[in-house]
Design a protein around this ligand. Structure first.
Ligand code: G3I
Length: 346
């Protein structure tokens, strides 16, 4: 009798196979539940505070969030030793209340650094030894503050150039290539349970960048560095081909034992918006989800903003925009529906 009960329990516990989900998911949270892929969004803290419709949709649709700017160095330590955690705390607290996991973005980057740091390095008042100490303190302080509240950290962001060489950032120039391994080790020490990622853009298709990043991961693993995942930003545009080999690239990193995440997906277009462009955009979003679902190690798909009301694209790419799943009025675009109806092989 007992073996039968155990067998029955095992069957009941197993997630229902895809075909068992009679109806397509009603929203992105249900898509996440049905596929096991966390569906997230970057969050604009000012909008989270000020816009109830933005807040409602964010908390209803997404089970994972990333701070768009609130956890970047210039935001958390604008003056040396003076920390401003309010925005980051707001995101983490909102996530706790709404059953959302959090991706920390980002500990080491060449952009959005506080002026006291870049000026000090430039004028030589901050030398290499002190700079290494400053970086160590920054990582330790920030990761320890959110210990147990951050599922995954983008430890280093955009460290490889488009030609496959290592980015000549303030970190590489003044600390040498070892800064990357140090950053992972310091982050791991501060929160041993957080998943630690390397994150970059154009990794979906840029061969020299892919090869260098794969070699870098292997080097770090050979040194016993605690690296757990690879983040593909996924900033796409319908005026460019969809990166057709993306799933294979994901698999190459998965074969190294890494978790895979799409961390900053958006699909921009040259304005004006037309029904044809929206239809093409929808295919790019559903192909990205399909590629993720085809690689078991891919456990997260985060969009870099869910509404055209708050998107970095128009400010960065002249004449382009409408990159998100929902329009300025938070009405779903064809891309939103396309995500919900992706075939779920899991
Ligand atoms: O905070 C200042 C504010 O005080 C000032 O009044 C305002 C006007 O200039 O600027 C505000 O800073 C802006 C900041 O976002 C916060 O809103 C910066 O100008 C603006 O450049 C910055 O843009 C961010 C960009 O990273 C900076 O590189 C975007 O919002 C953000 O979406 C974007 O995100 C990056 C990821 O971190 C990494 N991958 C690429 C992605 C897109 O560039």
């Amino acid at each position: 009798m007992k073996p039968l009960i155990i067998a029955l329990a095992l069957v009941l516990a197993a997630p229902l196979p895809a075909s068992a989900h009679p109806r397509p998911p009603r929203d992105l949270r249900q898509l996440a539940e049905q596929t096991g892929v966390k569906i997230g969004s970057a969050v604009d803290i000012a909008a989270l505070r000020a816009e109830s419709d933005y807040r409602r949709v964010l908390n209803r649709q997404f089970n994972h969030v990333t701070a768009e700017n609130a956890m970047k160095w210039e935001s958390v330590e604008p003056q040396r030793g003076v920390f401003t955690w309010d925005d980051a705390d707001t995101l983490v607290e909102n996530a706790r209340r709404n059953r959302q996991q959090v991706r920390g973005h980002t500990l080491v980057w060449h952009n959005q650094l506080p002026a006291w740091l870049t000026a000090g390095v430039e004028d030589g008042s901050i030398g290499a030894t002190e700079l290494r100490q400053i970086l160590r303190d920054h990582i330790t302080t920030q990761v320890r503050r959110y210990k147990g509240k951050i599922r995954a950290w983008d430890v280093v962001n955009e460290v490889v150039e488009e030609d496959g060489t290592m980015r000549q950032s303030i970190w590489l120039k003044h600390l040498g290539p070892g800064y990357i391994a140090d950053a992972f080790r310091w982050a791991h020490r501060a929160d041993p349970r957080a998943k630690l990622f390397i994150n970059d853009y154009n990794l979906e298709w840029n061969a020299p960048k892919i090869e260098t990043t794969l070699s870098l991961v292997k080097e770090l693993q050979a040194q016993g560095v605690p690296i757990h995942g690879i983040g593909f930003q996924g900033h796409l545009g319908i005026q460019y081909d969809y990166p057709g080999d993306w799933a294979n690239v994901m698999r190459r990193f998965a074969d190294l034992g890494l978790e895979v995440a799409i961390t900053e997906l958006d699909v921009r277009m040259e304005l004006p918006v037309t029904p044809e462009k929206l239809a093409t955009q929808a295919t790019y979003y559903s192909r990205a989800m399909t590629d993720c679902l085809s690689v078991r190690a891919c456990r997260e798909l985060t969009v870099w903003g869910f509404t055209d009301r708050h998107s970095w694209v128009p400010g960065w790419f002249d004449g382009e925009g409408a990159a998100c799943l929902l329009d300025e009025n938070l009405a779903p675009k064809p891309a939103y529906q396309a995500l919900l109806t992706v075939k779920n092989p899991r």
